[in-house]
Design a protein around this ligand. Structure first.
Ligand code: PMP
Length: 448
């Protein structure tokens, strides 16, 4: 590939590219990244940045991890791709076997797709058709949690409507019943009461409940107790409503266990369908999977084609993605990976009291390798001047963050060296000092 200078890269970008979730008129020029290694990204001018958000939460074992890179290269020389309808191949079957063995009960089958949104679309379609195939008419409603985010395709947008990202598309989103998100004891009660009410009155019309277990990511890293999620699951199970876990963000040990579902299972709650993506390939290849119980799968078995799940993508079970995912999972067999995960959590915990005492921070919290808090600000909208200021300031100090409104969070790759994370916390203290002078009444403070 042609070598580009920093300036050429930015000029070509400005001329031809349209970036996701970006107001192109006002956005600062993008960070021009040319290389990644471990927890670091390098720009075209040789500057080094700590990727504190794992590149939108996909990176697991570090950038350009040699084990995963080699697995992909080897697979590319063997078989780059073949359709998955009527065909199978070694990486797909080995990955499916591994996922079923690693996922908590009752997961038994794996349906591959391309990204988190498609994993959700597949899950929703499975849930709707499951009841139709079983001859149960009228189960056509979905229940979701307020603020939940499940992706940007239409079904995913409908279930994430209350997250507030989709106003222009509202007329085309199907109806979803939203219940409160149990982020505190009071909200837990409200959530259970709302679910009970829906189940008592309309269980016969509800196909499934969909939720992000333990952490609602995009709506601001909002945490829920595993015991509460389990309670929601148990009520759905008792009422004959399927449960879909969206583990697109929480999967692959973000919450401290390989799947958040493991922690929910400790309290007796389980899902019928689990969606995974992002960390599945260690952040190398776009790929997703929708895992289901045997019971869900069995409902699609029939002598009629119409009972099959008539859904598929050209790149379903792409061998390069499967090879990357297998290598990614093999790295979880190494004790050092789990030692790193626990060390990251311990560092977050060690800083928690400092953050809790800080006058400019609200609600600091830790779940596994995820740490989050709110910066005190009057502007908390996604992409607001406050969040842009936070991003730019961290960037100048060598750290890539992507605040959600005024929620700042660390989601580091697991290979992150202890001193890198420690430095990130020290840098945060500097940023807070600057933030303090900006929000203090005076010139410029009106920006925030
Ligand atoms: N579900 C959750 C919980 C997510 O966080 C995201 C993306 N941030 C998605 C689904 C959609 O995934 P993708 O961007 O890969 O379509």
């Amino acid at each position: 590939m042609k070598q580009l200078t920093h300036t050429q890269l930015l000029e070509l970008d400005a001329q031809y590219c349209w970036h996701p979730f970006t107001q192109m008129q006002t956005a600062a020029p993008p960070l021009a990244v040319v290389r990644g290694e471990g927890e670091f990204l390098f720009d075209a001018q040789g500057n080094k940045y700590f990727d504190a958000v794992s590149s939108w939460w996909v990176n697991i074992h570090g950038h350009s991890n040699p084990t995963i890179a080699k697995a992909i290269a080897q697979q590319a020389l063997e078989l780059e791709h073949v359709m998955f309808a009527g065909v199978t191949h070694p990486p797909a079957v080995q990955l499916a076997e591994r996922l079923v063995h690693n996922a908590p009960a009752p997961m038994a089958k794996v349906f591959y797709s391309d990204n988190g949104s498609t994993a959700i679309e597949v899950a929703l379609k499975m849930a709707f058709q499951y009841w139709q195939n079983k001859g149960v008419a009228g189960k056509s409603r979905i229940v979701a949690l307020e603020g939940g985010y499940h992706g940007d395709t239409f079904g995913a947008m409908a279930t994430g409507k209350s997250s507030g990202f989709y106003a222009p598309f509202a007329p085309w989103l199907f109806h979803v019943d939203f219940i409160p998100t149990g982020v505190c004891a009071c909200m837990e009660e409200q959530a259970l009461a709302a679910l009970d009410h829906l189940l008592a009155n309309s269980a016969g019309e509800i196909a499934a409940l969909v939720l992000e277990p333990l952490i609602q990511g995009a709506s601001g890293m909002r945490f829920m107790r595993a015991a509460h999620v389990a309670e929601l699951c148990k009520r759905c199970e008792a009422a004959g409503v399927l449960v879909i876990f969206d583990e697109v963000f929480t999967g692959f040990a973000r919450t401290g266990t390989l799947f958040a579902a493991e922690q929910v299972a400790q309290f007796g709650g389980q899902a019928d369908i689990i969606c995974i993506s992002k960390g599945l390939t260690g952040g190398f290849m776009p790929m997703a999977a929708t895992l289901t119980s045997q019971a869900v799968y069995d409902a699609f078995l029939s002598d009629q084609v119409g009972h099959a799940l008539l859904h598929g993508h050209s790149y379903t079970a792409n061998p390069l993605g499967c090879a990357a995912a297998l290598a990614n999972l093999a790295l979880f067999d190494e004790e050092s990976t789990w030692a790193n995960i626990h060390r990251i959590e311990a560092t977050h915990q060690r800083w928690l009291p400092t953050l809790a005492c800080h006058p400019l921070i609200e609600n600091p919290r830790v779940c596994g390798t995820v740490a989050a808090f709110e910066l005190k600000s009057s502007h908390s909208q996604y992409g607001s001047s406050a969040s842009q200021w936070i991003r730019q300031t961290f960037l100048e100090l060598g750290i890539v963050v992507r605040p959600l409104g005024n929620t700042v969070y660390w989601v580091p790759p697991y290979c992150t060296e202890p001193e890198t994370l420690e430095n990130a916390y020290q840098t945060l203290m500097h940023v807070l000092q600057r933030w303090g002078s900006l929000i203090a009444p005076g010139p410029g403070s009106e920006l925030f």
